[in-house]
Design a protein. Sequence first.
Length: 93
Amino acid sequence: MMALDTVEVRKQVRVVAIDGGHRVLAHLNTLGIHVGDWLTVVERAPFRGPMLIEVNGTRLALGRGVAAKVQVEIDGTVESLTQAQKLVEAKKA
C-alpha cells in the first residue's frame, strides 16, 4: 500500500483506503473518489503542486495533501477493504 501522491505518471492504481477525517472523506466523495475505484495519474505539477488524475472517465486536480491521504495499490488487488482500513488505523496509532 502506498499514498497516491507518490504514484508516478501514467500509472493506474486502485484506492484501498482513505486515511482522513470526515471532511476529507466528504471532499473525495464529492469528487467521485471512493474505496475500490480505479485512478490514473495523468500529470504531476512541479514543486509539490496538484496532481491531475482521472477517475471514472473524468479528469480532476487533487492537491498533494489530500492525495497523501489516499492509500492505493498499483496492482489494484483489494483482498479485504476492512483489512486495508485496519492497516491504516494501525499506522495512526
